[in-house]
Design a protein around this ligand. Structure first.
Ligand code: PEP
Ligand code: MG
Length: 295
């Protein structure tokens, strides 16, 4: 059976209308590139940059970040590599950032909220992403978005970074800027966000915990953490409808992107990318190829 799965390594599922469905990898470090390529990943749907920041006793330099993002983009070109900007909070502290203790870290100062308050950390990452974008098909997405202003403020910072890089004579290139849909606020304002974001990526791990009001780390409420709950599925469908309406692409990078019982529904909703741990890629690719063949 493994050999039969292997046959799907180079397969590229396409809908009848020609639209490619990207079965992509969720990665946290460069060490996983080979495994992802071996599994037939059609790009990266989520690169978690947290590890880069948590691995060391100091913040990673702009040059070190540039090199990391450029290697990733080059390894998967021409497929897209979506890099998520720093997504840490009080529960995932890192050296160089003072987090005050919060009663509700999952509702607190994290993700894009923290980054916008700390341009000294955010701008070097954005500069590194602009510099790395010359090396492949690099895209960037923002975590924990709940207000359109977060996208606009980030755009303004990117413009500042571009001007600086030009002045300094550093090669750089534009990238598509998308938002993660992982808060109820993002779902309810999806039509507005879709007018300004280049793409959506649904983070079902957080979206589920926020829709169900159930801490994703608390085993006592694990039964509530179910992405198949009608409320979560309806939230996903709403975001997908807003994306379709605005003509932007929508993908998914939460764990359930690989859930065999839900994949057919995600395809029906019009998702064009499912991103998952490399271990799941071949079997989901096979499933998607077979579903699309029978369309
Ligand atoms: C998510 O929330 O679904 C997601 C992909 O991001 P993370 O698991 O890193 O919060
Ligand atoms: Mg998340």
């Amino acid at each position: 059976e493994r050999a039969a799965l292997k046959a799907f390594r180079t397969a590229e599922p396409r809908r009848a209308d020609g639209q490619l469905i990207h079965i992509a990898a969720n990665l946290g470090s460069l060490d996983e590139i080979d495994v992802a390529l071996e599994a037939g990943a059609m790009g990266v749907g989520l690169f978690r940059t947290e590890l880069l920041f948590m691995r060391h006793m100091h913040l990673p330099s702009e040059d070190m970040q540039t090199e990391t993002y450029a290697k990733l983009a080059a390894a998967f070109a021409p497929h897209p590599v979506i890099i998520r900007t720093l997504d840490v909070g009080g529960d995932k502290p890192i050296a160089g950032i003072d987090f005050v203790e919060e009663d509700n870290p999952f509702l607190g100062w994290r993700g894009i909220r923290m980054c916008l308050d700390r341009p000294d950390i955010f701008k070097p990452q954005l500069r590194a992403l602009l510099r790395a974008a010359v090396s492949g098909n690099l895209k960037v997405m923002l975590p924990m978005v709940s207000r359109i202003e977060e996208l606009r403020l980030t755009r303004a910072l990117i413009d500042e970074c571009k001007a600086e890089l030009t002045q300094e004579g550093h090669a750089h290139s534009d990238f598509e800027l998308g938002v993660m849909i992982e808060t109820p606020a993002a779902v309810f304002s999806a039509p507005l966000l879709a007018r300004e974001a280049a793409f959506f990526s649904i983070g079902t791990n957080d979206l589920t915990q926020y829709v169900m009001a159930a801490d994703r780390l608390n085993p006592a409420v694990a039964a509530l953490n179910d992405a198949a709950h009608p409320a979560v599925m309806s939230a996903i469908a709403q975001a997908a409808a807003a994306a379709r309406e605005a003509g932007i692409e929508i993908g998914m990078c939460g764990e359930v992107a690989a859930r065999e019982d839900l994949v057919p529904r995600f395809l029906e909703m019009g998702l064009t990318e499912l991103s998952m741990s490399p271990a799941s890629i071949l079997s989901v690719k096979k499933q998607v190829c077979e579903l699309l063949e029978n369309e």
